[in-house]
Design a protein around this ligand. Structure first.
Ligand code: NAP
Length: 207
């Protein structure tokens, strides 16, 4: 599968490495331009190329953003309609400034900015070092570390859940984008290593 990455730092760069190692082709992009991504591309190997943000958006059947959430309105909406779009960013007011959210989950704001994109919230709860180190593709899914997945489009959520499994983690469904608040900063499942069973029990506890 072709996967575009918008924001190729700690989390986007780590995910790009894992997707490429699983056999996918990745186009990585950042705010400074493709020439600043040569080192990352060399590290990832032949499945990777450097791109502009627009090129990464066009390249991917699946596109993932991992940028500071406060910049979500810079995502190229015109190029993302119809794409399966993973939003991995988290809203931290101290870092991102005050974002007028009207009570919506951050993934819902992203979806509102991207008409026609098939938005799935995922890869936002796991610290990048655990994403880098804890994948166990050969282990039974129930024994792996959970990665939380939310979305309104079941088919898109299925595609992203399979990617989670391919890189060695266990997808755990938190429901719709509105329900993705359950996997936002402050939630008891946020940035905590847990098995899918523990994850489901914890989610049940928060209703
Ligand atoms: N760190 C984690 O473990 C972790 C885990 C899960 C989720 N997250 C979330 O993921 C997001 C990124 O975190 P991070 O730690 O990976 O940050 P990071 O290491 O600082 O990387 C951010 C990346 O986004 C790029 N970027 C910034 N503004 C952009 C824009 N307008 N368009 C395209 N690319 C842009 C940066 O490019 P330049 O370097 O060229 O500016 C950089 O490649 C945050 O929202 C964070 O909350 C982080």
């Amino acid at each position: 599968m072709d996967i575009g990455i918008i924001g190729s730092g700690n989390i986007g760069g780590t995910a790009a490495k894992l997707f490429a190692a699983a056999g996918h082709r990745v186009a990585v992009s950042n705010s400074r331009g493709p020439e600043t991504l040569k080192e990352l591309v060399e590290e990832i190997g032949p499945n990777a190329r450097a791109a502009t943000v627009g090129e990464a958006a066009e390249f991917g059947e699946v596109v993932m953003e991992a940028i500071p959430f406060g910049l979500y309105e810079s995502l190229p909406a015109g190029k993302l309609a119809g794409k399966i779009f993973i939003t991995a960013s988290n809203y931290y007011p101290g870092r991102d400034g005050e974002v007028e959210h009207g009570g919506l989950a951050s993934s819902e704001l992203v979806a509102r900015h991207l008409p026609g994109a098939r938005v799935v919230k995922a890869f936002n709860t796991i610290y990048y070092e655990r994403l880098r180190d804890n994948g166990r593709p050969d282990a039974p899914v129930e024994e792996r570390e959970a990665i939380f997945v939310a979305g309104d489009d079941e088919e898109a959520k299925g595609v992203v859940s399979r990617l989670v499994e391919e890189v060695g983690f266990a997808p755990v469904d938190t429901g719709t984008l509105a329900g993705s608040r359950k996997q936002e900063p402050g939630s008891p499942v946020y940035n905590v290593a847990m098995t899918p069973k523990e994850a489901r029990e914890t989610l049940a506890g928060i209703g």
